[in-house]
Design a protein around this ligand. Structure first.
Ligand SMILES: Cc1ncc(COP(=O)(O)O)c(C=O)c1O
Length: 381
């Protein structure tokens, strides 16, 4: 079997297809499976994109992105974290997806391995597979906030392991790697002789806590970010990565060959993403996401789902549903058929305790969440 044939499907896509079919038959479906903000891109960003189109900015940029955008991103770290980042280390990419692909491409060779959290963002496992790199899935629990820690590195690192990947806040759990734990993780990976890739795609969507970036702890981490989530630009396909100085050249060469350049119009639009009027719009949305989370957590607990760790970021709650079902995939399918609520089964994020977990995305209004919870309560009864 070819490597490509071994790439598993995203099960929630089957659920989504079924949900769409039911909707086309007139059924009311509430989507709690979708991992993208319900808000459209903020107006100032859209306007900047329209203006770029009018000005016919339709050619390739450099493979590492527009110089102005790399500078604006570096300035963002200065403003938000009081951190000086050399814009040469900022590589603009086609979403975090391309950044993750580039990071793994420059850090691994066929036959190497990487460490990942299970449950975790499933695409990393499959990007590795395409590169003929083995992913070592490390089972993580509430004890480590569902994150890799230094002890995991010591226990699971193999002779052929080149990198460990974490996402903070994480998909599917919304948990973060706390600053001290991140320091220890960076150190453990350095001692093992590898690299740490930190996916900060949900940066900005953090509730109750002061944010930091892994870049403030080390110049040797690969830090991935994106305009998709906090900036609400999923469809523009734009992200970035800050790479260690010694990798600027190799990342540039791989990007030139695989992607040529990130989308030009999107890059001009993103220049408006850090402006004050945009920031005000985005901050109001963060407040709304927090309200949704705060509504959802107690209601889910009352219904019998176990919220083992309160999620501090992103827009997901990953719950233990073992009191309700031991087959969360079938449960999700039945819930969709009977009550028209779509959720993501644990199986999409790994294998560890996957059958007794589901993810709820609070990418819908509180009113819609209330309706969904009524339906789920009825379904459980
Ligand atoms: C943890 C994580 N990383 C990366 C991505 C990819 O995002 P994008 O390519 O849209 O930036 C996602 C998307 O859901 C994600 O959850």
């Amino acid at each position: 079997m070819s490597r490509a044939q071994t790439i598993p499907p995203f099960h929630v896509m089957d659920l989504l297809a079924r949900a769409k079919q039911l909707e086309s038959e007139g059924r009311s479906i509430i989507h709690l499976e979708v991992g993208e903000p319900d808000f459209a891109t903020a107006r100032p960003i859209v306007d900047a994109g329209i203006q770029a189109l009018r000005q016919l900015k339709t050619h390739y940029t450099a493979a590492t992105g527009l110089h102005e955008l790399r500078q604006v991103i570096a300035d963002h770290y200065q403003h938000k974290f009081d951190l000086k980042v050399d814009p040469r280390r900022v590589v603009v990419t086609s979403g975090a997806s391309a950044a993750l692909q580039l990071a793994l491409s420059v850090l691994t060779d066929a036959g190497d391995s990487i460490l990942l959290a299970d449950p975790g963002y499933p695409c990393n496992r499959n990007i590795a597979k395409v590169l003929a790199v083995e992913s070592i899935d490390v089972p993580v629990t509430a004890e480590s906030l569902y994150q890799l820690n230094a002890a995991h590195i010591a226990k699971y690192w193999q002779a052929n392991t080149r990198a460990a990947m974490v996402a903070s806040p994480s998909n599917p759990t919304g948990t973060i790697v706390e600053r001290d734990a991140m320091k220890a993780l960076i150190e453990a990976v350095a001692v093992a002789g590898g690299h740490l890739i930190v996916d900060e795609i949900y940066q900005g969507l953090v509730y109750d806590l002061e944010e930091y970036t892994a870049l403030s702890l080390s110049d040797d981490v690969f830090v991935v970010n994106s305009f998709s989530k906090y900036f609400g630009m999923t469809g523009w396909r734009l992200g970035w990565m800050v790479v260690p100085e010694s990798y600027i050249d190799s990342v540039d060469r791989v990007a030139q060959n695989i992607f040529l350049a990130p989308p030009t119009i999107s890059q001009y639009a993103a220049l408006a993403a850090f402006e004050l009027d945009t920031e005000e719009i985005l901050q109001r949305r963060v407040t709304m996401f927090k309200e949704r989370r705060d509504y959802l957590l107690p209601v889910l607990s009352e219904m019998g789902f176990k919220v083992t760790v309160s999620p501090q970021g992103a827009f997901y709650v990953y719950v233990d549903c073992s009191a309700i079902t031991d087959d969360s995939f079938q449960w999700a399918k039945d819930l969709l058929e009977k009550e028209g609520v779509a959720v993501t089964p644990g199986i999409d994020f790994g294998t560890f305790e996957a059958n007794t977990h589901v993810r709820f995305a609070y990418t819908r209004s509180v009113d819609e969440l209330k309706r969904a919870m009524c339906r789920i309560a009825r379904f459980i009864k």
